[in-house]
Design a protein around this ligand. Sequence first.
Ligand code: AP5
Length: 213
Amino acid sequence: MNILLFGPPGAGKGTQSALLVEKDGYAHISTGDILRAAIKNETPLGLEAKKQIDKGELVPDEVVTGLVDEAISSLGQQPFILDGFPRTVVQAENLDEILKNKDKKISKAIFLDVDTNFLVKRLSGRRVCKSCGASYHVDASPTKVEGICDKCSGQTYQRTDDEPSAINKRLEVYEQQTSPLKSYYIEVGNFVKVDGLGSFPEVYGRIKELIEV
Ligand code: AP5
């Protein structure tokens, strides 16, 4: 089954996607990761997207829709997780169209529920590996050696959009533009809510129970 993980910045979408990829063989489509790779490679898309991402604003709907369409097409029949897309109702409608054209569907739209107080702490403490993209948290999942990735020995850094002013903007953008997706998927009939507080394996266990139903 294909699933969609959505929720506020810092809810744990990337963390749980990594576990689902490792343990359950899903492909992972993260628009945030695709855009950050484009920024790293200094492509025209990356240079343009960087302006919005650094400020905590959204990249235009048509840009991310095109990226997701391409990514889904490249997967064949492998089941996938969508992480960070859709993020607006227009993107959700575009996704419906993309899936219809490919004769696919989203079985569960999983909302990861985490209170705002925890989100700021999670985002400001996140560190990411420059080389392999592995994600850590200074308290919840620190690297064994400070500043060095456990997996590939690359250097870790703080994302520019994890600075306080960008975090506040992202939370505001989430409330205004992304939270309406809850009603959208309740209406579609595939909405499920998961408590995103607890250890990584606890949250994973809750998701796993839902996707096995
Ligand atoms: P994106 O990369 O998608 O960012 P986001 O949605 O803001 O989500 P995050 O990656 O910040 O958080 P997450 O929920 O994945 O949390 P994580 O698991 O890392 O997008 C970045 C930007 O790109 C956007 O702002 C926008 O500009 C642009 N963009 C992307 N998609 C777009 C779209 N569709 N349309 C338009 N623009 C788009 O966890 C966070 C931290 O918390 C980590 O340090 C982790 O270790 C820790 N943590 C996770 N789970 C737990 C737990 N259970 N307990 C304690 N700590 C935890």
